[in-house]
Design a protein around this ligand. Structure first.
Ligand code: AP5
Ligand code: MG
Length: 214
């Protein structure tokens, strides 16, 4: 099964993606994680992407299209993938429409996680990350010991783009450039929308119900 996850910043894409990957055996591909790793390693891509990410703006399409083209051609994704954070613009979706047939692949479902903006700002500014990939929230999903990862004991940190000011920019970018993709894919009848408000496990239950039908 090949899944595209759509949803605004803080809607729970990363949180749900981990559970979906475990249950359905699909490979989780987060373009945000790929870009952040490049920023950490100071690669040419990272140096270019950093200025956009820290301003809450989208990184240019051409860079993302190259990333995804390479990633989807690798052998480990042949059994199914889940894209978290791509496509994010119409040109990125159009590029997918060219890349996928050439690889003998298609999108089976676009899972749209819907959360109102007011809730998103609280979620993103309270998020804490661990370098092992685990994600927490100081209030909604706290670790057992403040500042420490339950999974590996690592020290938790905040993402550079998780300030209130940057989140507002990211939300604007989402509404202007990413939200139109819901219509783009709805015309193909492959969009499933799940309300992403409430208990994390209950939301996963609704997602599982939808995915089990595919
Ligand atoms: P990216 O990393 O993709 O960030 P994003 O889309 O802004 O989404 P987030 O990762 O912030 O949120 P999420 O939905 O994963 O939520 P999470 O599960 O962590 O992109 C970052 C940047 O990279 C972009 O701004 C852009 O610059 C660039 N980029 C990436 N892809 C690109 C592309 N294709 N094109 C161009 N540029 C690109 O949850 C958030 C918090 O809420 C956590 O603390 C969590 O514990 C908590 N939480 C989760 N679920 C719930 C719940 N049900 N109730 C309460 N709290 C909850
Ligand atoms: Mg994420």
């Amino acid at each position: 099964m090949n899944i595209v996850l759509l949803g605004p910043p803080g809607s729970g894409k990363g949180t749900q993606a981990k559970m979906i990957a475990d249950k359905y055996g699909v490979v989780h591909i987060s373009t945000g994680d790929i870009l952040r790793e490049n920023v950490r390693n100071n690669t040419p891509l990272g140096v270019e992407a950093k200025k956009y990410m820290e301003a809450g703006k989208l990184v240019p399409d051409s860079l993302l299209i190259d990333i995804i083209k390479d990633r989807l051609a690798k052998d480990d994704v042949k059994g199914g993938w889940m894209l978290d954070g791509y496509p994010r613009t119409i040109p990125q979706a159009e590029a997918m429409d060219e890349i996928l047939p050439a690889l003998g692949q298609k999108i089976d479902v676009v899972l749209n996680i819907d959360v109102p903006d007011e809730e998103l700002i609280k979620r993103v500014t309270g998020r804490r990350m661990c370098k092992c990939g685990a994600t927490y929230h100081v209030q909604f999903n706290p670790p057992k010991e403040p500042g420490k990862c339950d999974a590996c004991g690592g020290e938790l940190y905040q993402r550079a783009d998780d300030t209130e000011e940057t989140v507002k920019e990211r939300l604007q970018a989402y509404h202007a450039q990413t939200q139109p993709l819901i219509d783009y894919y709805d015309k193909r009848g492959i969009v499933v929308t799940v309300l992403g408000v409430g208990d994390i496990k209950e939301i996963f239950g609704k997602i599982s119900e939808a995915l089990d039908k595919i």
